[in-house]
Design a protein around this ligand. Structure first.
Ligand code: FMN
Length: 142
């Protein structure tokens, strides 16, 4: 079985396109090595990221990400064993809000509001639906 983890986080400062490129370069190197795949969305100091792969590798990756000073707080919104990867082709895909449909964009924005809620969001079916809506709709991602 594969492990899939989705979190939202806020960046401590606005992130430039160059910084995003550097994050993606490091991510792709490490994730290739660890057979981790996923997707990163960034907009307006908010990150939405999907990590999937072996449970230990995903956890180690997320531990590194949480220690990264470019983040403020991180909040896990989805964490399950899954049968198949959603993004088998990307060691770390990247999407901008304009790559998403209106529905997914508003789902991603709703998820980002969870950052300020201390409660564990993982058990909430509304949140699960929002995550699925974002996951099921990706177009034009590099
Ligand atoms: C938004 C964001 C997403 C990141 N995603 C990943 C990732 O998917 N994989 C990864 O290895 N590092 C990722 N990083 C970088 C890690 O936080 C960390 O800097 C890096 O893994 C350290 O790698 P090193 O120990 O090999 O230098 C991300 C950082 C940020 C800010």
């Amino acid at each position: 079985m594969l492990h899939q983890l989705v979190y939202v986080s806020s960046s401590t400062e606005p992130i430039s396109p160059d910084e995003i490129s550097r994050i993606l370069e490091t991510s792709r190197q490490n994730n290739d090595r660890d057979d981790v795949t996923g997707l990163l969305l960034y907009h307006d100091q908010l990150f939405f990221q999907v990590l999937e792969g072996d449970q230990v590798c995903v956890q180690e990756c997320f531990d590194r990400i949480k220690r990264d000073r470019r983040h403020g707080s991180t909040s896990v919104v989805w964490e399950y064993q899954v049968e198949r990867r959603a993004f088998p082709q990307w060691s770390m895909g990247y999407a901008k809000p304009e790559d998403l449909s209106e529905e997914s964009r508003s789902a991603a924005i709703s998820l980002s509001k969870l950052l300020h809620k201390p409660a564990d969001a993982r058990e909430d079916p509304v949140i699960a639906n929002l995550v699925q809506s974002v996951l099921s709709d990706f177009r034009g991602i590099t």
